[in-house]
Design a protein around this ligand. Sequence first.
Ligand code: NAD
Length: 257
Amino acid sequence: MSRSEVAIVTGAGSGIGRATAELFASRGYQVVVNDLSSESLHWVNTAPNAKSFLALAGDVSSADHNAALVDAAVSHFGGLSVSVLNAGMVGTLPWDDDGAVEKFERIMAVNVTGVMLGIRYAAAVMKKAGSGAILATASTSGLRGDPGNYAYNASKAAVFNLVRAAAVDLGVYGIRVNGVAPGPVETGITERLKNLPGAMDEMAKRIPLRRWGQPNELAEAFYFLASPAASFITGTTLMVDGGHSAHAAHFNLRDKE
Ligand SMILES: NC(=O)c1ccc[n+]([C@@H]2O[C@H](COP(=O)([O-])OP(=O)(O)OC[C@H]3O[C@@H](n4cnc5c(N)ncnc54)[C@H](O)[C@@H]3O)[C@@H](O)[C@H]2O)c1
């Protein structure tokens, strides 16, 4: 890989984003990492390849912040080859909640507008270079509904089609756009389930591989989709979910015979 490979990874303060930033850096990328707070990005200072990172805190739902991330990649590292638009938020929401509209709009702003803005600003630079890979984090929750989770479900469903539509528009410029859809993965977002007795095991029983995913398993999928090995792949979202979405769930999974 040439020295000029540069990536942006959003939501890199923990979980899938951090694992992805670490993996890309360990394989020679220079990485601009984003999260809401600078404290959550302090890990880069003690990373083995600390000089490969530039941390820039901010909200991905802001156009100015997306512009700043891309500017930082160009001015600090000399370009932008990959953007991993991974920051996301969950939030269960009763339909009759007083603040339902505001909360719905916030989840859409982060999970959908954040991805749209990330594509917009990354594409502007990649068009000039005539190449680039833009990746977004969808979810198996974007395929069907979860109880009380309609805002998240709707937002992640939108990511699947934003990826397709952006791929349609940007292919002519040599820019590939793909998604990764995690199933249940042990990260900050799912931490609260550890306090609910039996919840982790209950979920694992619904997954054909019978276990939760780990952040590095998602990072490897992003790395593949960004790499020349995926040079003819665009407009798709790769399910990285232990088979969760392959199971129609009409019947419980069977034990070994
Ligand atoms: N963990 C899972 O089971 C799972 C499953 C499917 C999809 N996902 C998706 O994976 C992505 C990464 O989540 P994770 O599981 O690693 O959780 P995580 O909580 O460990 O990481 C998400 C990060 O995004 C950051 N973030 C949230 N809103 C932001 C904003 N407006 N601007 C910038 N950063 C923001 C958070 O501060 C956090 O550090 C998310 O898009 C999430 O929806 C996760």
